[in-house]
Design a protein around this ligand. Structure first.
Ligand code: FAD
Ligand code: FO1
Length: 461
């Protein structure tokens, strides 16, 4: 069963040469349910040549530190093992992808290049740098969205209500079954006595460690990798999916799936998650809305709006309204350091930050409150946006993701939202309050949980 050609875009149009097909893995770091890997194998089989996978490790990526790199590298080691079981070599490159990938392809005598897809500018820049240096076909495959981003909509969508029908109309075509990846006959012949070992120790040494983050070892509780992701999904389907709608806005109830770090690093496919949810025959409308419409709307936003991490991407009504209120008096003002140390007057906000510091994953409801308060307590919307992105991308395992840029732009700048009753500082951007949170869940219980967890951690230090 060939990969649906609508999932594929040609970045370099030229005849395939002799030599291995290389899958340049980046966003979708998994062997199972990976349309980019499946397409690379399709090409290799059609041209009767070996299939090779390569990942290029950069030491700096949007503020990621040891916490996120540890999670990612652990997952990549599992990818290497799973590929080797299928006789498919995995190469871990290190350095600037524009240089290292081009050099790898010529060393390999590659006949074609396949990559996965990300709307973020770093990823797009890496690919353009490689595309101008190669004389082989280069295909980009959207392995992260169920509906390919460029196909779901040909323009920037301003709200979920206009995007949702486009998605729902296309689901029957794109929520199709994944073919199984075949065991490769060809690849090892390429290397005589097998592939040279990847130097995982050198990879670990190349990433920036960060002592004050490593002081919070709880983030390691979230086990990385494809197998752990599937286990978590099965657990969620059995225990939490049915009550997702009622529990998901109560951070004391742990009603969310917990899948975002795995989805962000591509260690599980959202299409796989959707298929298993539908197979469970449980009511899952609210969950699928988030997993499909909201998640794919974030890629749409980052793909069509080049300023996805800048106020220029806010709708005009929000930009105008925020600037009208920019000079409003702030009752509280905090520096980035005070925010980073979760030292404000608001114990609920501090607890949410503590959850993020300790575990690398703040509850979804609290993320909205957390970001909106940063708008209220910093000197300007621009300063708030910068602080929220910095903290989210530095401490969240699932950070550095289109969902994050959109989640923050929704909270601070009304992206995909409507105008609300005007008020100081926020203007017409939706406001959230401590009392609003109190009406939704037991705020004190949440505060106690994360205060004591932080104390425990400090005693351990
Ligand atoms: P579930 O509720 O179990 O959802 C399952 C999946 O659906 C999520 O993993 C995610 O892929 C998708 N999803 C859920 N809610 C949203 C949403 N609002 N927008 C887009 N996709 C969604 N998500 C990230 O992946 N990375 C981030 O850095 C991030 N930063 C955020 C910052 C702010 C200020 C806000 C308001 C939201 C942010 N989100 C981010 C979106 C959302 O909060 C998280 O995806 C969710 O909390 C992840 O936990 P979960 O997987 O247990 O969620
Ligand atoms: N992708 C890569 O190809 N190489 C990297 O070294 C790399 C590091 C990295 C660190 C943190 C993180 O959250 C993601 C990282 N990614 C890396 C993957 C990245 O998510 C994708 O490549 C997309 O560009 C983002 O959607």
């Amino acid at each position: 069963m060939p990969v649906n050609t609508k999932r594929i875009r040609t970045l370099v149009k030229i005849g395939q040469k002799k030599g291995p097909v290389v899958y340049w893995m980046s966003r979708d770091q998994r062997v199972n349910d990976n349309w980019a890997l499946l397409y690379a194998q399709e090409l290799a089989q059609k041209h009767n040549c070996p299939l090779v996978v390569a990942f290029c490790l950069v030491s700096e990526f949007l503020g990621a530190v040891s916490r996120q790199y540890r999670f990612m590298l652990q997952g990549l080691k599992e990818v290497e093992k799973n590929l080797l079981d299928l006789n498919i070599p995995f190469f871990l490159l290190r350095g600037d992808p524009g240089k290292e990938m081009a050099c790898f392809l010529s060393e390999m005598g590659a006949g074609a290049l396949v990559s996965d897809f990300s709307p973020l500018r770093q990823s797009q820049q890496w690919k353009s740098a490689v595309a101008v240096q190669i004389e082989i076909p280069f295909y980009e495959v959207d392995a992260h969205n169920i509906i390919p981003c460029w196909f779901a909509s040909q323009k920037q969508e301003w709200a979920a209500y206009s995007f949702r029908p486009k998605i729902h109309r296309l689901l029957s075509e794109f929520l199709d079954e994944f073919p199984a990846l075949q065991k490769s006959q060809k690849s090892n012949s390429l290397f005589g006595n097998g592939v040279k070992e990847n130097d995982w120790q050198a990879a670990k040494r190349s990433i920036r460690t960060d002592d004050d983050i490593d002081a919070f070892p709880d983030a390691n509780r979230i086990l990385p990798g494809e197998a752990a992701a599937i286990k978590l999904l099965i657990n969620f389907l059995e225990h939490n999916l049915a009550s997702y709608e009622t529990k998901r806005n109560d951070p004391n109830k742990g009603g969310q799936s917990g899948l975002s770090p795995y989805l962000h690093f591509g260690q599980i496919s959202s299409q796989r998650v959707a298929q298993e949810v539908l197979r469970s025959m449980k009511e899952a409308g609210a969950f699928l809305e988030e997993l499909i419409v909201r998640k794919e709307l974030s890629d749409n936003f980052c793909y069509y709006s080049r300023h996805y991490d800048d106020m220029q991407s806010f709708p005009a009504w929000a930009r105008a309204s925020l600037s009208e209120h920019e000079k409003d008096r702030r009752e509280y003002l905090y520096t980035l350091q005070e925010l980073e140390r979760a030292r404000t007057h608001d114990d609920l906000w501090n607890a949410a930050s503590q959850e993020m510091l300790l575990t690398g994953k703040m509850h979804g409801y609290m993320r909205m409150y957390w970001a909106k308060k940063i708008l209220e307590w910093t000197p300007s919307p621009a300063a708030a946006l910068q602080a929220a992105i910095y903290l989210n991308d530095r401490y969240e395992l699932d950070g550095r993701d289109p969902n994050g840029y959109v989640g923050i732009a929704w909270s601070l700048g009304g992206v995909h939202d409507r105008a609300w009753k005007e008020r100081p500082i926020f203007g017409k951007v939706r406001y959230m309050s401590y009392n609003g949170a109190k009406s939704k869940f037991d705020v004190q219980a949440y505060i106690n949980t994360w205060n004591s967890a932080l104390e425990l951690n400090t005693q351990r230090e």
